[in-house]
Design a protein around this ligand. Structure first.
Ligand code: ADP
Ligand code: ADP
Length: 218
């Protein structure tokens, strides 16, 4: 049976950082909805152009576009063993759609680690975040610096600061998370899938707790 893991948490909680490590440890693909939108934007596809205005404002891309994109991604052969979902679902409608998509693929959500981090910490994390152009690898200027400033350790590509990591947009994104995504904590708790992880610890400790939680529930 394929294994699907949903990483839940506010922007800056460490979902992308942890998904990358977990993906290597478990041999499952890492699917980041934000990365897919940014790749589409770079390539100026219709999806990218439609998503752009929402992303710039720190708002959610409409559910219909987002769900269609994830449905297509999950149907590819590299997801046959399962996947680690980072940034999707972000609304209850997306969560309902996900369970429908996975049941068509013969699977279900196995576990939802929820990485909790208070808002004040998120702001500091996002304002120091540097992202790689080629593959979305993330670094932090203070907490997880690259070996060479401005260069990705993994693929040598340029690191940049995302436009939506500016202070005003970050505040909006945290508000949007609280209003539209935080209800998923309850949603998955009711389904006995939630595993809360303290995301304020260092990257390695969070990773260890995450791996323990996944092993316990899978
Ligand atoms: P998300 O995908 O949830 O938005 P990221 O993984 O991109 O979060 O992490 C946001 C920023 O915080 C990045 O700069 C990352 O290097 C840094 N970071 C991630 N986890 C931790 C941690 N446990 N402690 C300190 N900084 C972290
Ligand atoms: P972070 O992890 O820092 O919050 P992401 O890279 O996951 O940022 O997302 C960046 C932006 O892409 C979001 O602010 C939103 O506009 C859009 N986005 C990503 N995933 C979704 C989703 N599941 N539903 C709607 N919009 C999304």
């Amino acid at each position: 049976m394929p294994s699907y893991i949903v990483l839940l948490g506010p922007p800056g909680a460490g979902k992308g950082t942890q998904a990358q490590v977990l993906s290597e440890k478990l041999g499952l693909v890492h699917i980041s909805s934000g990365d897919i939108f940014r790749e589409n934007l770079q390539a100026q596809t219709e999806l990218g152009v439609r998503a752009q205005a929402f992303m710039n404002r720190g708002e959610l891309v409409p559910d219909d576009l987002t769900i269609a994109m994830i449905r297509e991604r999950l149907s590819r052969p590299d997801c046959q063993q399962g996947a680690i979902l980072d940034g999707f679902p972000r609304t209850p409608a997306q969560a309902d759609a996900l369970s429908g998509i996975l049941s068509q693929l013969g699977g279900k959500v196995d576990v939802v680690p929820y990485i909790s981090v208070p808002a004040a910490v998120l702001i500091e994390r996002l304002s120091g975040r540097w992202t790689c152009r080629a593959a979305g690898h993330v670094f932090h200027e203070k907490y997880n610096p690259p070996k060479v400033a401005g260069v990705c350790d993994f693929d040598g590509s340029e690191l940049y600061q995302r436009d939506d990591d500016k202070a005003e947009t970050v505040a909006r994104r945290i508000q949007v998370y609280t209003d539209q995504t935080a209800p998923l904590i309850d949603y998955y708790q009711k389904r006995h899938l939630l595993a809360q992880i303290d995301g304020t610890q260092d990257i390695e400790t969070v990773g260890q707790h995450l791996l323990d939680a996944v092993k316990q529930q899978r």
